[in-house]
Design a protein around this ligand. Sequence first.
Ligand SMILES: [Zn+2]
Length: 423
Amino acid sequence: MIALMLGSTGQHVQVLQLGLSRAGLYQGELDGIFGPHTDEAVKHFQSICGIRPTGVVARLTWHNLLPYIRGYRVVFSRAGYTLWDMAKQYGTSTSAILTANPDLDPMHIIQGTRVTIPLPFSLVPTNIGYSWELTSYIVDGLIMRYPFMRLEVTGYSVMKKAIYSVVIGDGSRKILANSSHHANEWITTPMLLKFLEEYGQAVAMGRGINGKSAARLMENNTLYAIPLVNPDGVDLVNGVIQDGPYYRTSIAFAGDYPDIPFPSGWKANIRGVDLNLQYPAGWDVAKEIKYAQGYTRPGPRDYVGSDSLSEPESQAVYKYSLLKNPDISLSFHTQGSVIYWKYLSQNPPGSKILGERMALASGYSLEDVPFISGHAGYKDWFILNYNRPGYTVEMGLGESPLPLEQFNNIYTAGKSILVEAMS
Ligand SMILES: [Zn+2]
């Protein structure tokens, strides 16, 4: 995290405001503007933490805010300290603590035992911009709050950021879901993260999700959820990358495409390659089509790269898929409220029926991909390689990046699609 102070703006400030509001010290909008209210809340927070109240948010203040961002803190139990004492002290429930610490014997907490305390708020924010760093804190929070989830790393981006996969369940049906191949479609990242949180909660509480028993879903399915395929691109779109060599080259690439707004129109990875035109399924055809449309060099979108799988992000997802050998894949994009299900005329067994069910559940329509955009995408490769149901889900409606006002609708649709795929 970078140092912030009065006058700072941007996604980092939104994360700061999120932490302060969860700490109960900030009531304003999470608008990313470090104004007098944020300043006051920061100083208040600093004095509570025993930090000199300068209003400057540097390493120590971030460190103290971290539990409010990742949703838990770690404590060591004192002598005679009970589960109920801990729950009371942190305003959380005993059941949340037991979920996070499955090996803890509530009748016998030995002094000095390390205990994860889930803090009493929803973990996944749905009202601020996303970055790779925020995503890192959230996936950490998910596996700490719900230890039946596990975290894997599929590979690393151009700028060496981990591309995570959160795995839940150990059932025989394997489903791989991925979000944010395209940078300015990042709203699909909190969609998938929120789903993991709700799924985890439902499992922990023995509840259902969309009327299906969460425990049963977990028994029957293994879900591999890759929430952020394109971390550098999302950081660029959300203003987290604002200098350095990669920023300068991306600006230069964008300069070749003056009609595409920068950075909000950016779909590609940080090297200007469209990650969903990278897979070995008609890559040469995609190249021919995109070149004819004028996308012949790195840019904000539609450049296929120097070769298929030339980029570390698409390589990571490709290799991870081969390793996990999924039965079903779901790739979340924006926009159109459409589910695409075929590769050319290839329609894998069971694919149409599941597609129709997902369409019915979400209110999206099931459609064939137009030939011109039907090559070299993840779904295309998945269907070609496995002949199993693979879908591209175009969420929401409007111009990407879609506003967060659409989040609830997008989430509801995404949840019903994920639950349907697991049912
Ligand atoms: Zn897309």
